[in-house]
Design a protein around this ligand. Structure first.
Ligand code: ARG
Ligand code: ZN
Length: 467
């Protein structure tokens, strides 16, 4: 914006005020940052504003793979903005409006750069309407595989961590900026269009059905999902809240995936007993058949399970416990930066141990001993580096640290920490330092040395003494 500076200065010298450009404007308004500054996801997220909500209207035609979308993003400027970015990978933008007025826009790689007609003062709430269309493509994420919109023979699956959302809508694509979502997804009649939160309705017109979903609790963008295709959809209620589950039509109705997802309510109740109230307004789960998705993901209120988890031919509720535990650890209480991912994965892995013990499987103490002996201690749980973000140091070493805490403070204090942490930071974002401080506060004693050893130390810590 150097030319802008000179242009404003020239206007002032000439005692002219052109197009509202004054000395004061020039000092008040600056471009928002092009990313969130998280080294695990260069380019992802943006600076200068905070999104409150996304309203997305998306139409997808599996016959042509074409998606047309209208997104309304409601945000508040956190600094005076002359322009700002949204993340958008691929797709063509037809029009952008800011507060209803046409705004200039251009693309810069996976960024959509928006210059509103007037600067946005710090603290100002504004809306951005983006009309866009195209054939969405997954986003290559190097060593982490790819994330985002994947066309399938009968529809599509939009899913991925740490990045996915920007492949199908303009977004501030970083977990530090959570927001509510309202989604209208239009697909050919007969296909399901599944997403997060509460199903508000299904209406059909002219051969197309619109499925309306709303997620009223703040959600990190990587937790959004869109699953379109032939699915057996079940709607019901659990614990007074709506439950929507879906199993790909290609999977057997009485097979292990369907049987595992059918236990969602039971597993959620068990975790509620350990971690405190279920944090969201809906329950659910989606079993997909596409072999290219080799993981499960804790998409908010409705995890998506890849087919690999059910290969053994019998139900696998361990993965259900893992993804449902994330509803507390990761989805409701979210990481502010990816280097703290053990706060999600360590607790979700620990929840697997708790559930398996409860479900008649291996006791937690045995799980601890087995992993304690096997885990590689050379990598830290906190900030292991991007290529290791889904590695054992985060998942297993993280779970070992959780159990070491339990052994150090005793069951009573430990479960008070679990329940208090999820209550205090519900719908929030956190760091490792927040957790250590919280645990110390509840336990009433220093725990820094314990966490240093179990999360960061380069050697296996001594076995914790039972209390
Ligand atoms: N958070 C997911 C889970 O542990 C794993 C996602 C793995 N993602 C990936 N790109 N490998 O449930
Ligand atoms: Zn996980």
């Amino acid at each position: 914006m150097r030319w802008g500076r000179g242009w404003c200065a020239a206007a002032l010298v000439g005692a002219l005020v052109l197009g509202g450009c004054t000395q004061a404007d020039e000092e008040r308004f600056h471009p928002g940052a092009a990313d969130a500054g998280d080294p695990y996801v260069p380019g992802a997220g943006n600076g200068g504003y905070d999104v409150a909500g996304y309203q997305l209207r998306v139409r997808y035609d599996p016959a042509s793979d074409r998606l047309t979308g209208e997104a309304t993003v409601t945000a508040t400027a956190t600094t005076g903005l002359s322009r700002f970015n949204l993340d958008l990978a691929g797709l063509t933008v037809d029009q952008v409006r800011v507060d209803g007025a046409p705004a200039r826009h251009r693309r810069d790689g996976n960024e959509l750069v928006v210059t509103p007609a007037h600067g946005l003062p710090s603290g100002r709430q504004f809306t951005v309407d983006v009309a866009y269309a195209g054939v969405p493509r997954p986003l290559p994420s190097g060593e982490l595989g790819s994330g985002g919109f994947l066309a399938t023979p009968d529809g599509a699956i939009a899913l991925g961590q740490p990045e996915s959302a920007s492949t199908w809508f303009p977004v501030n694509d970083h977990p530090s900026d959570k927001a509510t979502y309202d989604l209208e997804i239009t697909v050919p009649d007969g296909l399901a269009a599944l997403s997060n939160g509460v199903l508000r309705g299904r209406t059909s017109r002219g051969g197309w059905t619109t499925w309306t979903w709303s997620e009223g609790s703040p959600m990190a963008s990587y937790l959004t999902t869109l699953v379109i295709g032939n699915y057996r959809v079940s709607t019901g209620t659990h614990a007074g809240k709506p439950m929507v589950t879906a199993v790909a039509a290609g999977l057997p109705a009485d097979g292990p995936a369907a049987a595992s997802i059918a236990r969602t309510g039971e597993v959620a109740d068990f975790l509620t007993d350990r971690f405190g109230p279920y944090p969201f307004a809906a329950y659910g789960g989606i079993a997909i058949a596409d072999e290219r998705i080799r993981y499960a993901l804790e998409t908010q209120s409705r995890p998506v399970y890849g087919p690999g988890f059910f290969r053994a031919g019998r139900p696998n509720t361990t993965v259900v416990a893992h993804e449902l535990a994330h509803q507390w650890f990761g989805d409701s209480v979210s990481v502010a930066r990816w280097s703290d991912l053990w706060l999600n994965e360590g607790f979700a892995t620990y929840a697997e141990w708790l559930w398996d013990e409860h479900d008649g499987g291996r006791p937690v103490a045995e799980a601890f001993i087995a992993e304690y002996a096997a885990t590689d201690w050379t990598k830290p749980s906190v900030d292991p580096g991007r290529p290791a973000m889904f590695g054992d140091a985060v998942y297993k070493r993280g779970a070992l640290a959780v159990h070491a805490l339990r052994r150090a403070v005793g069951d009573d204090t430990f479960f008070r920490i679990m329940r208090g942490w999820t209550a205090e930071h519900r719908d929030g974002t956190v760091t490792t330092a927040d957790f250590v401080a919280y645990a110390e506060r509840v336990a009433g004693r220093p725990l820094r040395p314990l966490f240093d050893a179990w999360l960061y130390g380069a050697e296996r810590p001594a076995e914790p003494k039972p209390r």
